[in-house]
Design a protein around this ligand. Structure first.
Ligand SMILES: Nc1ncnc2c1ncn2[C@@H]1O[C@H](COP(=O)(O)OP(=O)(O)OP(=O)(O)O)[C@@H](O)[C@H]1O
Length: 262
């Protein structure tokens, strides 16, 4: 795990690295408005290799807009997004698609295909043309991904036969099969009971430690935030209002920050 960061004051500058690890994602001075609704206003944040950063913010503060900007579904009005060294505004459709293959996504909905077995769901992302180098290894990759999430014997099951927590694990396995360098988690524990939520949080840590992936995590579940976050960045007024470790933000003197931790 990376060394703990010191609390950064709210400002509009890109944040200082918490350690010597390579920066894999840089968000610089992002702004995004919908009409008069100025959702992002000079938002800046860095993510380092092997680091878990949780973005915290009230409902409607712009967390999903931020994720959509990172994956290229929305274009910021101003600012720059650099993913694995590439400024995404310069990429054509194909280059963006290739870059997306290095990003893993875990959506709230899990987005599994109900009519496919677990194995078929896991094989689906491998079908892309530029993943041809992994052809012939499919069986091993599926088995490894299922073992990584603790569900080695589910390959022939249908998603409907699995519990909510198991479906979440399978969705994570489908992400891991591409060996992503960065994983974006959208509220990974929402809708799960507290014990299952804790198991998923532990799994997020295990994935980080095993593969040295960086994770950009949106979460409201403070128990999960405490377990998974190396650093917490709070989104308010469209910018990175405060950031630091869980403990640092919990002790923050500004009630807008510490209210999340009560
Ligand atoms: N495509 C869009 N067109 C217009 N407004 C949008 C669009 N997408 C998001 N917004 C607005 O941007 C603001 C931020 O929305 P966003 O979904 O990012 O919030 P959030 O922090 O993810 O909220 P929650 O925690 O409830 O999911 C909201 O006011 C929303 O109405």
């Amino acid at each position: 795990m990376l060394p703990e960061t010191t609390l950064q004051p709210a400002d509009s500058q890109p944040t200082a690295p918490p350690g010597s690890a390579e920066v894999v994602l840089t968000l610089e001075h992002l702004s995004k408005s919908f009409g008069d609704n100025h959702v992002l206003q000079d938002f800046s944040l860095d993510l380092h290799r092997g680091e878990n950063v949780v973005v915290l913010g009230k409902s409607g503060s712009g967390k999903s807009v931020l994720v959509k900007c990172i994956i290229g579904l929305l274009r910021p009005d101003a600012g720059r997004i650099t993913v694995l060294g590439q400024d995404i505004s310069t990429l054509d459709h194909e280059a963006m698609d290739k870059l997306r293959a290095k990003l893993g996504f875990l959506f709230q909905s899990n987005a599994l295909y109900d009519s496919m077995t677990v194995r078929e769901n896991l094989l689906f992302p491998l079908r892309r043309q530029w993943l041809a180098d992994r052809r012939g290894q499919e069986k091993e990759l599926v088995q490894q991904a299922l073992e990584d999430v603790g569900l080695a014997d589910t390959a022939d099951k249908m998603p409907a036969e699995l519990s909510g927590g198991q479906r979440k694990r399978i969705a994570l396995a489908r992400t891991l099969i591409l060996r992503p360098e960065i994983i974006l988690y959208d509220e990974p524990t929402t809708g799960l009971d507290p014990i299952t939520a804790r198991e998923i949080s532990a799994l997020i840590r295990q994935v980080q430690q095993k593969y040295q992936t960086a994770a950009f995590i949106i979460s409201h579940d403070m128990d999960s935030v405490r377990l998974v976050a190396d650093r917490v960045a709070m989104l308010a007024d469209g910018r990175c209002y405060a950031q630091g470790t869980y403990q640092e933000l919990a002790k923050h003197e500004d009630p807008r920050v510490n209210q999340f931790f009560i």
